[in-house]
Design a protein around this ligand. Structure first.
Ligand SMILES: CC(=O)SCCNC(=O)CCNC(=O)[C@H](O)C(C)(C)COP(=O)(O)OP(=O)(O)OC[C@H]1O[C@@H](n2cnc3c(N)ncnc32)[C@H](O)[C@@H]1OP(=O)(O)O
Ligand SMILES: O=C([O-])CC(=O)C(=O)O
Length: 375
């Protein structure tokens, strides 16, 4: 039997897996995705190329990209019964909860559910990449008593996602920024949701189960739920002066400010946030309204001065989505949709080289003498 390791609250600093997928290199300031820096890629390629890179271990050429796009388009349709299931949910259901239900229900439609091979898991990943945006968009529309918008296969993957949510085709600039946000959210090493998915997969449970658990994890405000919380905070304030007061008040109450801080980046800005900050500037300039940009900048100044903390991706993705006209309630589901590929890649990797996750505890409860209880 191995000796027990040292307890690290929140598993801070603990290495939980070996992976060829990604690594946050804080020394060289790179988000390494299969050897490439995500930030560098975000300026050169789009979301679909990242999907190919994560699932097939290389950037695609034009023909491969075309084939991938077509394969995802073939999976756009979700079973009618799942739409009916979503219609049964109470209107106040959060879209993340609807998404959790929808992904879980997909398992029943998989004829090879017991097959954990990489090739079948990869086909499943295609299905999920086709289905998840449709579940996100449709569940939001159904919960809000709006007509479902069917997929438009003439549009690009990201454009179609935007279209299914809003019913509008995005402009070229909107499409590029939305696609870039999906790319930035696509994969990020071992956040809580990815760990959750790998832990579930390690019992040889299936990809749907692993992703269902990951939705629940990502919903929390300390993780993906932060993007929605950021937007509500910005809207509650409405002006730079009120936002400054709001932040000062929260800090005085020892509340956490959503969108700031990160377990790995800690005292540095999340490099993805900077890309979304630039996108926000572009959108604000194009729409001739820089209020959100100014508020966000003011927030950054306060948080650096008062706490030495910097924005994470959610802080700038939220106002970007707002300026793109996306409903706040699906900011976190959009994050999850983008992360579907990363999660699938991790589950494929886990299943291909599995060992059950089963850590130990540091017991701090009482011990009673065996003789205390008499028969
Ligand atoms: C894309 C993503 O999912 S990124 C994460 C999105 N989540 C958020 O934005 C939520 C707000 N941020 C946080 O809660 C944290 O920064 C986390 C959970 C992301 C990471 O934090 P951890 O590594 O667990 O640090 P922890 O929560 O222990 O905080 C350490 C200290 O910094 C403070 N701190 C950390 N983040 C914040 C924050 N956003 N606002 C105020 N104080 C903060 C804590 O209060 C704590 O202070 P203390 O030592 O005086 O008690
Ligand atoms: O890495 C984390 O802990 C959270 C995060 O930024 C992400 O999942 O994108």
């Amino acid at each position: 039997m191995k000796e027990q390791g040292t307890y690290s609250p929140g598993l801070d600093g603990i290495v939980a897996a070996e992976t060829k997928l990604s690594f946050l290199d804080t020394v060289q300031s790179e988000i390494v995705i299969r050897g490439y820096d995500l930030i560098d890629l975000s300026e050169k390629i789009g979301y679909l190329e990242i999907v190919h890179l994560l699932l097939h271990d290389r950037l695609p050429n034009a023909a491969e990209k075309g084939r991938l796009e077509q394969a995802l388009k073939n999976e756009y349709e979700i079973p009618e019964a799942i739409l009916e299931l979503l219609k049964l949910l109470p209107g106040k259901t959060h879209p993340m909860d609807a998404l959790r239900t929808g992904i879980s229900a997909l398992a029943g439609y998989d004829a090879n559910i017991d097959d954990r091979s990489s090739s079948v898991n990869r086909e499943r990943a295609y299905k999920l990449l086709g289905n998840v945006p449709a579940i996100v968009a449709n569940s939001y529309r159904i919960l809000n008593k709006q007509e479902v918008v069917l997929a438009n296969k003439d549009l690009s993957y990201s454009s179609n996602f935007y279209y299914m949510i809003t019913g509008k085709v995005p402009s070229a600039m909107e499409e590029k920024i939305f696609d870039q946000s999906l790319l930035l959210y696509s994969e990020h090493e071992m956040p809580n949701s990815t760990f959750t998915a790998r832990v579930i997969a390690s019992t040889l449970s299936d990809l749907y189960g692993a992703l269902t658990g990951a939705v629940a994890s990502l919903k929390g405000n300390l993780h993906g739920g932060a993007n929605e919380a950021v937007m509500y905070m910005l809207l509650e304030a409405g002006t730079v002066a009120k936002f400054e007061r709001l932040l000062d008040g929260k800090l005085a109450n020892k509340e956490k400010i959503m969108g700031f801080g990160h377990r790995v980046y800690m005292k540095k800005m999340d490099p993805r946030a900077l890309i979304m900050k630039q996108a926000l500037k572009q959108l604000c300039d194009a729409k001739g309204d820089d209020r959100l940009y100014k508020m966000c900048e003011a927030g950054e100044v306060i948080m650096e001065r008062e706490k030495g903390l910097y924005p994470n991706l959610d802080y700038y993705a939220a106002p970007v989505y707002y300026m793109l006209g996306l409903p706040i309630a699906i900011y976190t589901p959009i994050f999850f949709s983008a992360r579907t590929v990363g999660l699938c890649a991790h589950v494929i990797e886990q299943h291909a080289n599995n060992r059950l996750f089963r850590p130990r505890v540091s017991y701090i409860g009482e011990r009673h003498n065996r003789n205390v209880i008499s028969n």
